[in-house]
Design a protein. Sequence first.
Length: 229
Amino acid sequence: MTAAYQAAPSSLTGAGVVSVSALLFTVASFWWLNARQGCLKTWEPHSFAAIIRSSTARLRLPLVLHNTGPKPIVVQDLILTFPDEPASHLPLLWVSSPSRLQPGPDEDAKLPAGFVVPGREAQQLFIEFEAPFSGFMPEARDYKVQLQARVGHRKGWRRLLTFTLRAANIIDPDHYTVYNNAPVELTKEDQKRADAALLELLEGQEEDSAPRGRGPRRSSHDDDSGPSR
């Protein structure tokens, strides 16, 4: 009898531990499956469309955004930045959401608008970025680029992806078309074409910015060139 009474408390304690463990497992499983806030994941694009002119530059990227958690994520805005370039290089702003990668006159382009990536789902999007006021005038080389996003459940800009933009592949910058972003070697002829085309753009930009002649000096209050961004 004494041994039985002594064994009873330990049995009750063991049952309580099992019950609490089962409850904690149930709550944790519910949170993981239904209430966990995931993050956005994306990958380096294998191609891009580009047009580079003295007044503006546009890049169009095919992106796949994957929500790793069960809760939906609201994407409010997107930008492209060049972290290793001078501060004078403006970020490329999200200007449209076209329906395809290849630009054309009959495409259905939509203005930027927030969108939702449902839980545990992926979406393919074509996002067009633009840098006004000659903020991005590339050389024929690789650039480190960051894709950043503003999401509904976080404050400020969040880095989504850092990848290499192979601007050396832009052999016809005045024509809006698609280029390969894979690390492939250009032929010598294509490399010369790319270097010559981008050099012509840079020279044109220098001519546009050069003074047209001497005139009366103006104060800073008379400058009508507009605010810089």
